[in-house]
Structure formats: C-alpha cells, structure tokens
Design a protein around this ligand. Structure first.
Ligand code: BDR
Ligand code: CA
Length: 319
C-alpha cells in the first residue's frame, strides 16, 4: 500500500454507498484511511453500522468509522431514503447488525480534521451523501480545505431533472446549505451528478453474474441490490435495474472512469424554500462551444460518461 492514495469516504451507507466502498476497497491504488457517516439513506448511526458490516465483509475492520451529522445545517431531517434502500439501509436482507463498539470514538469532523493533517496534501475525499459533515468540518477547521488534495462528490443534477424533487437530487436537497458552503469554499472539487450516474446501469444480467461468481462480496452485492432494483424499476426506468450513483463517483476519483465531458463550471445551490430548493444550478451555457472551462468556475462537473462502468465494477467485485 506504500504508493496507494489515501482516501477518506464520507457516506450514508446505503446500498450504492456499500458498493462504492467495496469498489474502493478492491482497488489497489486506493488506501481508504477513514470513513465518516452522515444521515441520508438512514440515520448517521445506522449508516455507520452498515459501513462496519461492509468492512467486516472486506476484512478491513482496521479502518476507523466515525458517526457524523444526524441533521442538516439548517432545520431537521425531512426524510430518510428507506423507501429506496430498505428499512435497514441495506436492502432488508436480514444481515445481522454490526457491533457498535467497533465505531471510532472520534466525531466525524474530528476524524476528517485529523486525517487532513496526517495526510496533508495527499488526502482525497469521496463524499457520497449529504455534504453536512464536510461543511461542519470546514467550520471547525478551515485549514482542511488547503490540506486536502481534492473532493469528489456524488450529487446534483446539472442538465437533467432531479430525483428527490423535479429540480433537486437527494444528497443536495438533504442539506442545500452544506452543499452551498462546500461549493463556495475553494476546494478543488468534482461533482458527479445524475446526468452521468443515471446512465451507468446495472442490469439483472449483472446481478446474475454476481450470484454466479459466488464470492462473499458478489453474493452480498447481489442480495442488497434486489430491493433497490425493484425501486428503480418502479420509479424511474420501468424495468428492474439500478443506476451506479456512488460507485461511479468512486471510479471517477480513481481515474478508472474518465468522463468524456467534464468541464470546470460555476455551480450554485438553490437554498430558497421554493420548488427549486436543493437544485444545483450549473452554468452549462458553454455547451454550444464544446464546454470550454469556465472562468470563475468552482467545480468540475461530469456531464458524460460512456456507459462502460458496470463491467468494470463487476470485475472489481469479483464477477
Ligand atoms: C444519492 O442518494 C442516495 O440515496 C444514494 O446513496 C446516492 O448517494 C443518489 O441521488
Ligand atoms: Ca449515498
């Protein structure tokens, strides 16, 4: 692991978060050095316990898991995505709960700050839940922005509809104020929105390949995606399948997926209380010129990938 890149994952584990973690843990050029949980797909505590289950499966109980924010910066949680990820956050397959005593005694913000110092200039952050922990960590320790190499986050909808509302994607609408704080803080940031994650699709044939591979990891992923496939079939695609949200962001971080279009753009978050709340307003007017980087842009935005990620993901998961 000497040359592997240190990565901190901030997540709301969650079916697709679990897959993203397993993808990263299987990647030889990545060293997952810490994981922080946030409310979203479930409570931050349940998401942390789900993370412990994933680490047990991967034999990586050495990685610290810290419980993070249970509420957004402003107001209270409005919903948890149990309708998508199951009541337990992992597809309701009856996996036994993890042992709480394995959780880190640190808060999520303290762990982020500690790792940013320990791996100054090298640490990369993959954020695949609401951005609350990252915003709180910046508030507690503003130096993390210059200490961390970059942040890649799954969230937003640049030029497509939202998924939690007509305008907003789930991770952003859970905490628009946090997303706005992160986007205006000067991070080297990459946004992986629904524009691309909804185009990288796992099919029932892919699930069958996971079942056939019959490894602990492939069997786990096949099990936790069953309910998830039903949900996306009913709500979005009309047939059983699932988009690769969080794992695609992980693969863009590692460089295994290189988006065909990923310009530097100016992105603002709608923090009003109207129907646009949580929308990511990305300035995509450069499309007619082939998307040159935009002066004053605050974020690189993945706008097009080639659809080949599911095959790469299956290979990393042993199928
Ligand atoms: C995002 O919302 C969550 O439900 C998923 O884990 C993903 O991070 C997709 O909108
Ligand atoms: Ca997530």
């Amino acid at each position: 692991m000497a040359t592997a890149t240190p990565v901190l994952v901030d997540c709301d584990t969650g079916v697709d978060d679990a897959i993203a973690l397993l993808y990263l843990l299987a990647h030889p050029e990545v060293d997952v050095v810490g994981i922080t949980s946030v409310f979203g797909n479930n409570t931050a505590r349940t998401c942390a316990l789900n993370t412990l289950r994933v680490l047990e499966l991967a034999g990586r109980e050495d990685i610290p898991v810290a419980v993070g924010s249970e509420n957004p910066l402003v107001g209270e949680v409005t919903y948890l995505a149990t309708h998508v990820h199951g009541g337990d956050g992992l597809g309701d397959t009856g996996i036994p709960p993890a042992d709480e005593s394995a959780l880190s005694p640190l808060s999520a913000t303290a762990l982020i700050s500690q790792l940013a110092q320990q791996f100054e200039g090298q640490l990369r952050i993959l954020a695949v839940g609401p951005l609350t922990n990252i915003a709180r960590a910046m508030d507690a320790d503003p130096a993390i922005v210059s200490r961390v190499r970059d942040i890649v986050f799954m969230g937003g909808a640049a030029d497509v509809a939202g998924n939690q509302s007509a305008a907003a994607e789930a991770n952003i609408i859970h905490d628009p104020e946090a997303a706005r704080a992160v986007l205006s803080a000067g991070w080297k940031a990459t946004m992986v929105p629904l524009d691309v994650t909804m185009t990288e699709i796992l099919t029932d044939d892919d699930r069958a390949a996971l079942v056939a591979a019959n490894t602990p990891v492939s069997t786990f992923v096949a099990a936790i995606t069953d309910l998830y496939f039903d949900g996306y079939g009913a709500d979005s695609f009309g047939h059983r399948c699932s988009p690769c949200h969080d794992a695609l962001a992980a693969a863009i971080l590692t460089g295994e997926v290189v988006p065909e279009v990923m310009p530097l753009l100016h992105v603002e978050v709608d923090c009003t209380d109207g129907p646009g709340r949580g929308a990511t307003i990305a300035d995509t007017r450069g499309r007619w010129k082939g998307f040159p980087d935009q002066s004053g842009g605050n974020c690189r935005v993945a706008l097009k990938t080639d659809g080949s990620f599911p095959a790469k993901l299956l290979a990393r998961l042993g199928a």
